[in-house]
Design a protein around this ligand. Structure first.
Ligand code: MD3
Ligand code: FE
Length: 200
């Protein structure tokens, strides 16, 4: 494990060994069985390339009314609980007394990517967001708290954990591309990213 810092984002590279990654993935399989992946649409009716689901009290949703946290999967069911294996990572790195209320699960297949954005729909920016990468390598791009300016990039690998707190909490960030086939962890290839968030 090595710890590096990029613009205030702490990256614990290789924090999760292969056994820990497989254990989290097994727990995610039961999450996804209860709350299947779906594709969000923007206000303008365009589908996002990343597929999503969630665990915890809240998940993320968007439709004609825009983006927001919701307490149910689009199928009407409550979100499944956040697995203990994932909670343990939060306890290990977050430095936060509150517990996460949302574990967003992003699935990247093929050419899926995520454009530059800020995460600012949570009520308490003193709480960090913790990100867990599983599967193929992904090129993570980080900008600034204000739109524009210079960006920096970093490859996130399977088992890496990033903590976005303090001054880094409101920076613009996104995923430019995957290195498809760089990992054999996921059946069918691609990448899963978990983000743990305090919402209220
Ligand atoms: C920096 N996910 O779900 S994780 C997202 O890999 C999201 O799926 C990307 O951005 C992914 O919103 C990047 C790293 C990350 C997550 C949240 C952040 C970086 C962040 C919040 C604030 C600043
Ligand atoms: Fe984000």
């Amino acid at each position: 494990m090595s710890k590096l810092s990029l613009r205030g984002v702490d990256v614990y590279a290789g924090l999760l060994d292969p056994a820990a990654q497989t254990a989290i993935l097994a727990d995610l399989r039961s999450v996804v069985k209860q709350a299947p992946f779906f594709r969000l649409k923007t206000r303008f009716g365009q589908s996002l390339s990343v597929q999503m689901t969630a665990a915890g009290q809240y998940g993320w949703f968007s439709d004609a009314k825009g983006y927001r946290y919701v307490d149910r999967h689009p199928d009407g069911q409550e979100w499944p609980a956040i697995p203990d294996s994932v909670m343990q990572v939060w306890e290990q790195v977050s430095g936060c007394a509150r517990r996460p209320e949302c574990c967003l699960v992003n699935l990247y297949r093929d050419t899926a990517r995520m454009g530059l954005h800020q995460d600012r729909d949570e009520a308490d920016f003193d709480c960090p967001v913790v990100s867990i990468s599983l599967g193929d390598d992904a090129l993570f791009r980080i900008g600034n708290v204000e739109k524009g300016g210079k960006n920096e990039s970093l490859w996130l690998r399977s088992g890496d954990v990033a903590v976005l707190g303090g001054d880094a909490r409101l920076v613009y960030h996104g995923i430019d591309k995957l290195r498809l086939g760089s990992s054999t962890l996921l059946q069918g290839g691609g990448r899963i990213n978990l983000t743990l968030r305090v919402v209220t």
